[in-house]
Ligand binder design. Structure first.
Ligand SMILES: *Cc1c(COP(=O)(O)O)cnc(C)c1O
Length: 465
């Protein structure tokens, strides 16, 4: 029995939801007036809602269901672990088999000498760990002043106080007194929106060199680390120009700055390799992981740490940090089973050699649509920019997000989950997507773009800013 069919009528569920459930990143009153979509089941790449609609999930939940929905092996791994040992902590000089096995497996999969794992419950709290870890590391090396962390505008690193401070989302900084001290932001390598007349290559270099300028301005002995997503995800799937990452790596090396790659989205096959750091040929000192680590079947995240940082921290006495659920045995068992499936079923290879090339050709052809200014994709994450004027890459006069939201709603109406970030439409589908699913995805995306274009034209919204 897979489906829960005895739920209340949709309207009653929506009323209870509106009365009692506070949603993340949501205008509560507006949603309450409209009623939330109720998802009741999922299998493969398809969601079922409470009205029986079958929806192609081109966002893999929130970028996480890499192996697809409905895998019994993961349910069984969780049940087995719950019976054997549902919980124990890893504080006070204790450990347990799932945490040991998962840490060892991650050390094997991670590039270079990233051989040590500090577990968290998700990506945000893993980044909190990173803030404390890198500052503690430099203090242990006798450089307590080396504590500033440089990040980027429009980055996403989570929603805790430290995660959202590291992130560069102005809307998040505007609420709750962020950012916390000693976190600074440089500009993002977003050529389409900010590149002006530069070539992407020139622009990538210019944006990377802002890091060197910022280090010079602050003083090298005050900067602990630079953190970035290999590809900005929540910021709009912004794939940096080819010149960007090599220059960032050079600068971090030249100035003794730790490089933290936030691989929460890019990790576990999303870019066509196990980690985005491999796709962009960078050598992070720490990687943040979460999401695809368990394909979202259980909450887990972590920091994968290089030998040098882990050794210094281990020898510096007690690291006064940890979470009740660090290395939670059920989550760890689920993650291990997920990694086994990714490996044994060669899902990363499927993404790289089958799904991504097929998707790329069709996705990039969306750039021919009259409403689309660019269509970019790397592995299994892609974006298109909506514009009223292709030649000038113009934004819309009415400000960001209006047309994107219209398009998102049409996608929902066409049984496709495609998300909007301002006026960028983004996808990050399960890696197990088959060519026939991709045909469906593209067909629904084109229909949604056509409907959006018609509506925008009819309402006179196709006006450049
Ligand atoms: C989602 C995300 C996070 C936060 O992870 P949570 O599990 O939601 O706390 C951090 N970094 C990146 C790049 C993310 O996409």
């Amino acid at each position: 029995m897979k489906d829960i069919t005895n739920h209340l009528p949709t309207a009653e569920l929506q009323a209870l939801d509106a009365a009692h459930h506070m949603h993340p990143f949501t205008a509560g009153a507006a949603l309450a007036a409209k009623g939330a979509r109720v998802i009741t089941a999922a299998s493969g790449v398809t969601l079922t809602d409470s009205e029986g609609n079958q929806i192609l999930d081109a966002m893999a939940g929130l970028w996480c269901v890499n192996i697809g929905y409905g895998r019994d092996d993961l349910a069984e791994a969780a049940a087995r672990q719950m019976r054997q040992l549902p919980y124990y902590n890893t504080f006070f000089q204790t450990t347990h088999v799932p945490a040991i096995a998962l840490a060892a497996k991650l050390a094997e999969l991670a590039p270079g000498d990233l051989n040590h794992v500090f577990f968290a419950s998700g990506g945000s709290d893993a980044n909190d760990t990173n803030v404390r870890l890198v500052r503690h590391y430099w203090a242990a090396k006798g450089k307590p002043e080396k504590k500033v962390i440089i990040s980027r505008k429009n980055a996403y690193h989570g929603s805790t106080m430290a995660g959202a401070s590291l992130g560069g989302m102005s809307g998040m900084h505007a609420q709750g007194g962020l950012p916390i001290p000693d976190i600074v932001h440089i500009d993002q390598p977003h050529w389409y929106a900010e590149g002006g007349d530069m070539t992407p290559e020139e622009f990538g270099l210019a944006r990377a060199r802002q890091l060197e300028q910022k280090i010079a301005e602050l003083g090298e002995d005050r900067v602990a680390a630079f953190i970035a997503e290999p590809i900005q995800g929540a910021g709009g799937v912004i794939i940096p120009p080819e010149t960007y990452w090599p220059e960032i790596q050079r600068i971090c090396d030249a100035h003794e700055i730790l490089l933290i790659a936030d691989e929460v989205i890019c990790g576990f096959g999303r870019t066509g390799n196990w980690f985005g750091s491999q796709t962009f040929d960078i050598r992070p000192d720490i990687m943040t992981i979460a999401k695809g680590l368990s394909s979202g079947y259980a909450p887990i995240g972590g920091s994968v740490v290089c030998d040098e940082v882990a050794t210094v921290v281990a020898e510096a006495g007690e690291f006064n940090h940890g979470y009740t659920y660090s290395g939670h045995p059920v989550s760890a068992a689920v993650a291990l089973e997920n990694l086994r499936i990714l490996e044994e079923e060669k899902i990363v290879e499927h993404a790289r050699d089958v799904a991504a090339p097929y998707l790329k050709a069709k996705w990039e052809a969306l750039a021919d649509h009259p409403l689309v200014g660019e269509a970019k994709i790397c592995g299994m994450m892609g974006s298109i920019a909506l514009t009223p004027d292709k030649a000038s890459r113009a934004a819309f006069k009415n400000g960001p997000g209006q047309i994107g939201l219209i398009c998102r709603d049409h996608c929902f109406g066409n049984n496709l989950v495609m998300r909007h970030v301002g006026d960028r439409m983004i996808i990050a589908p399960p890696l197990v997507l088959q060519p026939s699913d991709i045909d469906t995805l593209i067909e629904r995306a084109i229909r949604s773009l056509d409907q959006t274009h018609d509506k925008a034209r009819a309402e006179g919204l196709l006006v450049p800013a």
